[in-house]
Each structure stands twice: as structure tokens, then as C-alpha cells.
Design a protein around this ligand. Structure first.
Ligand code: PLP
Length: 395
């Protein structure tokens, strides 16, 4: 065998999105791309805000000396200070630049945090349904993922299930707010209860248990809702996030991690995180992107556009008889599969040129995911196909 057995097996286990991508290409050839309704990928359909383009033009017209050189592994001081100022809005203790490391996206930040905190064999709790990359990231750093379900009717936190999953090897819990794939937002009261539970468990077990709060969708919240700040709710918490969704820059790999200033031994954690950013080979987050996002930390894409797409699909699908939690944020719907076998349902959908990801790809069989961050016209053209699909599966 030419590649590691573990990687080969991971490729086989993680092939849902790839399979769907290949199916999309095949169907597009057969029926024309405009007649294929691809709801599989969380790739923003919107363009970055005008303010981003203005910054890009400004920097191109007035390049700064040394702007392409290496820097401190944590990133530019002024970028980290700009991030810290925004985070301070939702933190009881002001966040400082020293508590921020610029990273290659939220994915990079997650890997840096996990490498910084995990000893071999330590456990990280993930909450089903979950973003499937978590399992691979945890494994990258010798950790073991432990699954706990959220409430199966509401997808909100189930503190009893979390408590049952905590043991002497628990090092962290990943919370994704708003959530991919369910779109739910966890309210502050529940996050505070989580913080209390963890403090009790930390005392009982004599170890620090971190909450890693994965927040790339934090600005994509609907109906005027605000995603609560984790720092006021959980003492040993770390935010990992990016501008992949709020500024629609996923290809540019720009994000950051930030530690709660009130956390145990915060300076040591930051020293570890800066070192891990370096030795994971990221070295630092892209220099150009750090410069460009510094002055637009309060900007975001047009959230109204996503909300209109959510409403269009949610209203249409619930009227057809599909059952789902109405998402408060992100750009996904996660309905119950009308067939007991979600893979079979997704296969039925393909017959109508609708491409979806089965819940099993998120550790949640019996559901399916719709990513509606696509062109409004495609969503509109897909509606008759959804009607036929609903009839086919007996709704
Ligand atoms: N976390 C969640 C829940 C995501 O959905 C994604 C991307 O889709 C990421 C992290 C990684 O995002 P990034 O592009 O910032 O690495």
C-alpha cells in the first residue's frame, strides 16, 4: 500500500460530499448545470462586501514596504488588536491582542487549539449532529472523539448527555454556534448552564475542560438574533472562527483563535498556540488577508439574502410535509428524512436532480442536510422538483 492505512480508511469514510460532487458533475453533463439543484456544499454564493474590495484596491495602489515578509507567528499586532476590540463587545473582561492568534481559517484554528491542549488518548466531546471534520482534526492530534447527542427534537444542548460523556480523560468539548448542519443558535442561558456544569466537573475530576466554540457563522443570525458571547458563559473557553462565511472569503484562509482572558493560565495557552501555529506548518495566517480584514472587522455580507433563502425553502418544504427545526442562523436546513434510511432518501432525491447530504455524514442518520447558500434562481427552479420528490416518498 502506498499511503497510510489510516488515511485510506478516512478517505473511504469521509466520501459523502465527494460522492455528491461527482454525482453533480455527472447530472450536469446529462441535463445541463441549470437543471441540477446542488444543495451539498457550504460554499457562500454571495460576494465579499464592497468594503473588502475597497481595502484590496487601496493596498494594491499603496503597497506597504515589507508587506509580504514573515511576521510574528501570532500575526500582525494591529490585526489582532482589531479582532480583540470586536470580541470585547461580547466579553465581560476586555480581550487583548495578546489573546488572539491569526490562523488559516477556523479549520486551522481548530487544529492549532487541539494540538495545543491534547495529550495522547485524551477525549474531546462532539455534539451530534456535528461538522464531520472535527473527528479528523481530533485524531490529527492523538485525541479521541466522544459523541453526545443534542436534543433530537430541538437540536439544543442536552446537558445530561454532555455530563454522561464527561470522564477522567475529557479535555474539551466542541460547541458550534450557530450550528452546521442544524442552523440552531444556543442561547446564553444554556451556555451559562454548560459553564456551570463544566466548572463542577473540573473540580470533581481535578482537570481543566475547555469549551472550543467554533463560530464561523456567528454573524449569520436571523430575525435580529445575536449569537451570545461564550466568554461570559464558560470560563475555560476558546473561540475559533474565520471570515470564510461572514466576509465570504473561504478560499483566502483567514481566521483566528481567541482565548477567554479569564481562562486558567491564559499566557501559557497562548504561548502554546503560537508555537503550534508555527510547527503545524501554517507559520502565520496569510499576510495580505490579515491587512485587508483589519479595518473591516464590523462588516459582513448581506445576511438578509440568506434569510430570504431560508424562508423560501423552509416555507415551501414544511408546506410539502417535510419536518424540520427552523434554523436561527448559518445557511443550512436539517430536516427529518421522510424515509427511515436517509441514504435511500438522498438517492430518491437524485432522481429529481436534487443533491443533498445524508444525515449519516454528520453522525445523525435519519436526517438530511440542505445547504442553501446557492443562487436564488436555482432554489426557485428546484421547487417543482421538491414537490415531485415529496410525492414519491409518500408525503
Ligand atoms: N467549522 C464549521 C462548523 C464549518 O462549517 C466550517 C466550514 O464549513 C469550518 C469550521 C471551517 O471553516 P474555515 O473555512 O474557516 O476553515
Amino acid at each position: 500500500m502506498t499511503i497510510a492505512a489510516k488515511v485510506l480508511s478516512a478517505i473511504e469514510r469521509s466520501s459523502w460530499i465527494r460522492k455528491m460532487f461527482e454525482e453533480g458533475a455527472r447530472l450536469s453533463k446529462l441535463h445541463g448545470a441549470e437543471n441540477v439543484f446542488d444543495f451539498t456544499i457550504g460554499n457562500p454564493s454571495v460576494e465579499p462586501p464592497q468594503a473588502f474590495c475597497d481595502q484590496l484596491r487601496e493596498l494594491a495602489n499603496h503597497p506597504l514596504p515589507g508587506m509580504h515578509r514573515y511576521m510574528n507567528n501570532a500575526g500582525y499586532e494591529e490585526t489582532r488588536a482589531a479582532v480583540a476590540a470586536v470580541l470585547s463587545d461580547k466579553s465581560p473582561v476586555p480581550v487583548k491582542a495578546a489573546q488572539v492568534v491569526m490562523t488559516c481559517g477556523a479549520g486551522g484554528a481548530l487544529n492549532v487549539v487541539l494540538k495545543t491542549i491534547l495529550n495522547p488518548g485524551e477525549e474531546v466531546i462532539i455534539l451530534a449532529p456535528y461538522f464531520v471534520e472535527y473527528k479528523f482534526y481530533i485524531d490529527n492530534h492523538g485525541g479521541v472523539s466522544k459523541e453526545a447527542w443534542t436534543n433530537r427534537d430541538t437540536f439544543q444542548l442536552d446537558l445530561q448527555a454532555i455530563e454522561a460523556a464527561i470522564g477522567p480523560q475529557t479535555r474539551a468539548l466542541i460547541v458550534n454556534n450557530p450550528n452546521n448542519p442544524t442552523g440552531v443558535i444556543y442561547p446564553a442561558a444554556d451556555l451559562k448552564s454548560l459553564g456551570e456544569l463544566l466548572e463542577r466537573k473540573e473540580k470533581e475530576l481535578g482537570r481543566t475542560i475547555y469549551v472550543i466554540s467554533d463560530e464561523p457563522y456567528a454573524r449569520i443570525a436571523y430575525d435580529g438574533q445575536q449569537v451570545p458571547g461564550i466568554f461570559g458563559c464558560v470560563k475555560n473557553s476558546i473561540i475559533v472562527t474565520s471570515h470564510s462565511k461572514d466576509l465570504a472569503l473561504p478560499g483566502e484562509r483567514i481566521g483566528y483563535l481567541a482565548a477567554n482572558p479569564a481562562m486558567d493560565q491564559v499566557e501559557l495557552f497562548m504561548e502554546g498556540a503560537v508555537f503550534c501555529n508555527r510547527v503545524l506548518g501554517f507559520v502565520n495566517a496569510p499576510a495580505l488577508m490579515q491587512r485587508l480584514v483589519t479595518n473591516i472587522q464590523r462588516e459582513s455580507v448581506d445576511i438578509g439574502e440568506y434569510q430570504r433563502k431560508r424562508d423560501l425553502l423552509y416555507d415551501h418544504l414544511t408546506a410539502l410535509g417535510f419536518s424540520m427545526v427552523k434554523p436561527g442562523g448559518a445557511f443550512y436546513l436539517f430536516p427529518k428524512s421522510p424515509l427511515a434510511d436517509d441514504v435511500e432518501f438522498v438517492t430518491q432525491a437524485q432522481k429529481h436532480n436534487i443533491l443533498l447530504v445524508p444525515g449519516v455524514g454528520f453522525g445523525a442518520p435519519g436526517f438530511f442536510r440542505i445547504a442553501y447558500c446557492i443562487d436564488q434562481g436555482i432554489i426557485e427552479r428546484s421547487l417543482p422538483a421538491w414537490e415531485k420528490l415529496a410525492k414519491d416518498v409518500g408525503l
